[in-house]
Design a protein around this ligand. Structure first.
Ligand code: TXA
Ligand code: MG
Length: 325
């Protein structure tokens, strides 16, 4: 159900949920200072309570309402990239509700870059917690129609058009001493972050286990960002084409999403053959559309494992962890 800016502000103030546009994906927003409103996010999304939420603020000065420390590195990143697709994880103030931080000692913050949502934050004078506006583990929405298809037509949506970045923000954890690392890749790359931070990311422990102090990596759940259609991933075009032939011989239908040029498979195929930013912008829309065909299998050819494709590769790899794999 599409609603106006004024209606959205009054719903948030009453502790109700509103789906909001951001430059990355649509968010399912609630007053971040109201635990009862936050509980509605978890129940509506069917999201486990230990999954912390991102608090969306409208002004850099509001960081001090939530974070106990704002290290210089984080100040530099915020000044360079906000409003924009960067989430900072900082040590939380003691009073910050455990509900919003999912029991962690840290808090996730960002200023989204969408004029309607910035206007909503100012009009309501609230900060809002907003995970992506989809059921837990399903594909993120990049249009108001995706939100309504996933959460139901009665969900109030502030329609801000199609999201321009198209995949979720880069999440960067910054420690009190200014060391940092990327917990979720996004369209602000690790190289961009290193340049602004003036120092490289913190080295990971070189054994396979992460250090005990390592913050919980987001999106680590296997079934994340997944289409409902069982999905298989391929590193090269030839193996995807071979798989599509085998499926057809077994009487199964399939669609394919391929990144880059090359020979076409003999099934319904969407080719994304452009720069990473353009592919990211279209990625979830294409996945939603292919999923809606309700075919037996979705085949995805992954882009090259290079730094510029890191974020797209991350989302597609997670899309491949479907129920039967
Ligand atoms: O672009 C985005 O970030 C979108 C838009 C709506 O802003 N939001 C989004 O939220 O992707 P969500 O909840 O789908 O993903 C947030 C991720 C989760 O995987 C969560 O575990 C992680 O951020 N996260 C939040 N707070 C954290 C914390 N304190 N420590 C570690 N991870 C955290
Ligand atoms: Mg999400």
């Amino acid at each position: 159900m599409r609603i106006s800016l004024e209606q959205a502000a009054s719903k948030l103030k009453q502790g109700e949920l509103v789906a909001i546009p951001t430059e990355t994906v649509y968010g399912l927003a609630a007053d971040a200072s109201n635990d009862l409103a936050l509980a509605k996010i978890f129940s509506t999304k069917q999201r486990p309570a230990d999954h912390p939420l991102i608090v969306h603020i409208s002004d850099i000065a509001q960081v001090q309402d939530w974070a106990s420390i704002f290290p210089d590195t984080a100040v530099k990143l915020a000044q360079a990239f906000w409003p924009g697709p960067l989430t900072l994880i900082l040590p939380a103030k003691n009073h910050v509700s455990k509900v919003v931080r999912g029991g962690e000692s840290t808090i996730a913050l960002r200023i989204p870059n969408h004029p309607l949502t910035l206007a909503l934050l100012k009009l309501s004078q609230l900060s809002v917690a907003a995970p992506s506006a989809n059921l837990f583990t399903q594909l993120s929405p990049t249009t108001a129609a995706h939100v309504e298809a996933g959460l139901g037509a009665s969900m109030p949506v502030l329609d801000g058009g199609a999201c321009q970045v198209g995949i979720e923000s880069s999440i960067v954890s910054v420690s009190a001493d200014g060391s940092w690392r990327v917990l979720r890749p996004g369209m602000i790359s690790e190289a961009d972050i290193s340049r602004v931070a003036g120092q490289p990311p913190e080295a990971l422990a070189n054994n396979s286990g992460l250090a005990a102090s390592t913050p919980k990596a987001p999106g680590q759940h296997k079934l994340h960002y997944s289409p409902r259609t069982p999905t298989a991933l391929f590193k090269d075009r030839a193996s995807l084409i071979l798989a599509s032939k085998h499926l057809q011989q077994s009487g199964l239908s399939c669609a394919a999403l391929v990144v880059g040029s090359g020979e076409q498979a003999n099934c319904h195929t969407v080719v994304l053959n452009s720069a990473p930013a353009k592919v990211a912008e279209q990625l979830y829309s294409v996945l939603h559309a292919l999923d809606d065909l309700k075919l037996d299998r979705l085949l995805i050819q992954l882009p090259a494992a290079t730094a510029e494709w890191a974020a797209v590769l991350d989302r597609l790899t997670r899309a491949g962890h479907t129920k039967d794999s």
